[in-house]
Design a protein around this ligand. Structure first.
Ligand code: GRF
Length: 199
């Protein structure tokens, strides 16, 4: 099986990206981190890329105010670095439709809840965990799914349940869920790399 050639899109910390890079380095994941793209020039994810020696780019509506040029810049980078699989890791922007079309069934996202519950508009970051607690859920979780034009609605590839504890705040719940994310994302990618999951 050839290795996956990964592009990461991240807007903030990039801890999921780091977990995947670590899995590659430790031989748990047959993939090569090829490039990191962020819409946020201050994203810690870009620092991580620099430290790991992975090419990285800041591409945003500031660097590319024209949407067509924005899209072209992204497509050019993906092509230049021979990317075959896109990993969204806390990317807060919608990918251009052309990118989604070109990488059909090759774009993954991770969501910090059990989709289809707690997905869709406004359901990102701490909002998700607030909604889970407000709904009185006893179990939440993590979902890895494919990205299509309708964001949180692509095919679900993997899920894991995470207990909600009595005294959880949105923050403590987010922290627990994140630990499970760091495990599930590389494991799911490895299932794709090994052919156990066919995209
Ligand atoms: C994670 O909670 C992920 O589920 C969501 O965005 C967050 C990214 O965190 N899509 P990090 O940047 O990987 O630390």
């Amino acid at each position: 099986m050839p290795k996956l050639n990964l592009a990461f899109f991240a807007s903030h910390g990039g801890s999921n990206m780091q977990a995947i890079i670590d899995a590659c380095k430790e031989g748990r994941l047959d993939a090569i981190p090829r490039v990191v793209i962020s819409n946020n020039s201050n994203a810690f994810a870009l620092e991580r890329a620099k430290k790991e020696g992975i090419p990285y780019y800041h591409i945003s509506s500031v660097t590319h105010p024209n949407p067509e040029e924005f899209t072209k810049a992204i497509l050019d980078i993906l092509e230049k670095h021979q990317v075959d699989t896109i990993v969204l890791a806390g990317y807060m922007k919608l990918l251009p439709a052309e990118v989604i079309k070109k990488y059909h069934n090759r774009i993954l996202n991770i969501h910090p809840a059990l989709l289809p519950k707690f997905g869709g508009k406004g359901m990102y970051g701490i909002n998700v965990h607030k909604a889970v607690l407000e709904a009185g859920e006893k179990i939440t979780g993590v979902t890895v799914h494919l990205v299509n034009e309708e964001y949180d609605k692509g095919r679900i590839l993997a899920q894991v349940e995470v207990p909600v504890l009595e005294n959880d705040t949105p923050e403590t719940l987010a922290e627990r869920v994140l630990q499970y994310e760091h495990k599930l994302y590389p494991e799911t990618l490895q299932k794709i790399a090994s052919g156990e999951i066919v995209l």
